[in-house]
Design a protein around this ligand. Structure first.
Ligand code: M6R
Length: 595
């Protein structure tokens, strides 16, 4: 995830402070490099570097930049390592046009070769530069700016948005396809940004662009056109009345709800990231050769590791040992060595238990890799290779979008290790969208019924066992009710005695385990329990349980991933109904930097 912002006025202004403040508001989207370009008297002043906004602003005097138009970009490296040359914005071949993007151009490598063959100056490996050259290509061939963007859109594959401007002009152009873009209209200026909250301090009059829309921004007006036929579109200006806090929550009442709904988009971005990553190949090869392979994490990240071990065995035939980080130290560290590989999983990359385990592994010479969301965190720095989760900030204490992206990353690695085509995974984000749409209503009704219950079980089997554990953790964490996650077949070995009339038991049914789940359902139903099943549409599940929350049809691995969504929503709605703030549960903190 990156962030891009453009600003247009009609006089020479001190744009530096405006661009730096916008960049600070977009920091959550990217924080490995920052850049700004201003357009002044037919010339472009471009300053950019690796580092956080304040450091780069200080080093390169970004606050002193002047002009009548400006672009700033926050980069979170996907194509090309974090470096000054890969930082954005980028110039065209002769330095008379500058632009920056957010998103992923998936045919970047092929395009860079084509541009070079056509005689353009390609300076970086970054796909933002490909957006600039794609427009330059068609300007060189004689197209006007709007047509050049329309034709560039046909060349650039992926989900992205970009902002671009020419030195000898009085306007900026922006285009949206897949990644967010909002236009702001102020008094004597217009602006465009990756998100609404970064615009609100400047103006409350906005146009939220749709995919396939090109906007031209002058100081006193904007014009929106369709990328398909270039026709002008009527896009009324909307005056935003919501507070800054509400805008940061994207119109949702809580960050948790927003982050649950962001899951399809961040999953899409993660697949692009992994396709482009130079680390995946070597990491997979080392995993293949390992004597023993350990997947290490805590809490939700451990549940992702647990599901990762199921995927690696089911898809790639590779045994991996999932382990809670402190137990890794106590149980396995004395036995590991340089032939072994550990994959350390953490949203924050700062969890002390995980870093302790990593230290213990390092002392034994074990090869260590990471899977982390926060770029620049201790885990990303301390492991030999670290794959990103690409979720942007997760503000809500309960992990949601980072869990699904951890799981997706494991599934991707299992596909690579098993020699399967990762292209088969591209349908997952859409299935996630369908799941959210299908389950939210029915889950709200169940949350209403269960709101007063203080004891629940959540049972799964095979790939849905880690999901049952994760669902139970989420329920405990934000409803403060007791919920135990278990392997469904273990229930009869003890907990069954707790069942009495109306006792709620959630079954997470994988499509290949239906008969086993039906046995479990009947076992508890005859003792008076209420059996709520999450699974694919199946007449047998419907006939045997009390409620069936249906998720879209897919294979067992993907089905497990989808089935966590209703559990996240159940926890969320129950928490709100019980009068709690799901974003900030009592006694907990987002990052646990203590032993
Ligand atoms: O940052 P990490 O993924 O290392 O954090 C590990 C756990 O503390 C974390 O997953 C915790 O269990 C979540 N808040 C649960 O929602």
């Amino acid at each position: 995830m990156c962030g891009v912002f453009g600003y247009v006025t009609n006089r020479d202004e001190a744009l530096g402070p405006i661009l730096v403040e916008a960049a600070q508001r977009l920091t959550y989207r990217g924080y490995d490099s920052v850049g700004a370009a201003t357009f002044r008297d037919g010339r472009i002043d471009l300053r950019k570097d690796v580092g956080k906004v304040d450091a780069v602003a200080e080093r390169h005097g970004l606050r002193d930049m002047r002009g009548s138009r400006g672009i700033t970009q926050l980069r979170w490296a996907t194509f090309g390592a974090p470096s000054q040359v890969n930082a954005q914005p980028h110039l065209d071949s002769d330095g008379t046009m500058a632009g920056a993007h957010n998103g992923n151009v998936v045919n970047n490598a092929e395009l860079r070769v084509e541009f070079a063959v056509e005689g353009m100056t390609v300076r970086s490996e970054n796909d933002g530069e490909s957006c600039v050259h794609a427009v330059e290509r068609h300007l060189r061939r004689g197209a006007g700016p709007i047509d050049a963007i329309r034709l560039a859109y046909r060349d650039l594959e992926g989900d992205y948005s970009f902002v671009i401007g020419r030195a000898d002009d009085d306007r900026l152009y922006a285009f949206k396809k897949g990644s967010g873009l909002v236009v702001g209209i102020g008094d004597g200026f217009t602006c465009v940004s990756s998100d609404l909250p970064s615009i609100l301090p400047l103006t409350r009059d906005v146009i939220r662009l749709n995919d396939g829309e090109i906007v031209t921004l002058w100081a006193d007006r904007v014009e929106v056109r369709s990328v398909q036929d270039g026709e002008v579109l009527e896009r009324p200006v909307e005056t935003v009345s919501e507070s800054m806090d509400a805008a940061r929550k994207g119109g949702f009442p809580h960050f948790m709800a927003k982050e649950i709904h962001e899951q399809p988009q961040v999953a899409r971005e993660l697949l692009h990231l992994l396709d482009a990553s130079a680390d995946v190949g070597p990491l997979v090869e080392r995993m293949r050769e390992a004597r023993h392979l350990y997947l290490v994490g805590c809490g939700t990240s451990y549940h992702a590791a647990l599901l990762g071990s199921v995927y690696l065995a089911q898809v790639a035939g590779r045994v991996a040992i999932p382990v809670l980080a402190p137990q890794f130290i106590a149980q396995y560290a004395p036995a590991v060595g340089p032939e072994d590989v550990g994959l350390f999983v953490s949203q924050s990359g700062e969890t002390k238990d995980v870093l302790n385990a990593l230290e213990a592994a390092d002392r034994r010479g074990m090869v260590s890799f990471g899977l982390a969301n926060v770029v620049g965190s201790a885990l990303t720095r301390a492991t030999q290779r670290c794959l990103p989760l690409g979720c942007g900030f997760e503000i809500s204490v309960p992990a949601t979008k980072t869990f699904t992206n951890q799981v997706l990353a494991f599934l991707y690695l299992a596909y690579r290790l098993g020699g399967r085509d990762t292209g088969e995974l591209t349908g997952i984000p859409e299935l996630m969208e369908q799941t959210i749409a299908a389950v939210d209503g029915p889950i709200r009704a169940i949350a209403q019924d269960l709101a007063d219950r203080n004891d629940l079980y959540c049972l799964g089997y095979g790939a849905t066992y880690p999901i049952a554990l994760e669902g139970a953790l989420k329920l405990k964490e934000i409803t403060y009710a007791h919920c135990e996650g278990m392997l469904s077949t273990e229930f009869k070995h003890g907990p069954l005695s707790a069942v009495s009339d109306g006792y709620p038991i959630v079954f997470v049914a994988g499509p290949s385990d239906t008969p086993l789940i039906i046995s479990g359902i009947n076992e508890v139903k005859v003792r008076g329990a209420r059996a709520i099943t999450i699974g694919q549409e199946d007449a047998r599940l419907r006939a045997n349980g009390d409620d069936l929350i249906t998720i879209p049809a897919s294979d067992p691995q993907v089905s497990a991933l989808l089935s966590v969504i209703p559990l996240q929503l159940l926890s969320y709605h129950m928490s709100v109904l019980r009068g709690f703030d799901p974003d900030f549960p009592r006694n907990l903190s987002k990052t646990l930097t203590v032993d």
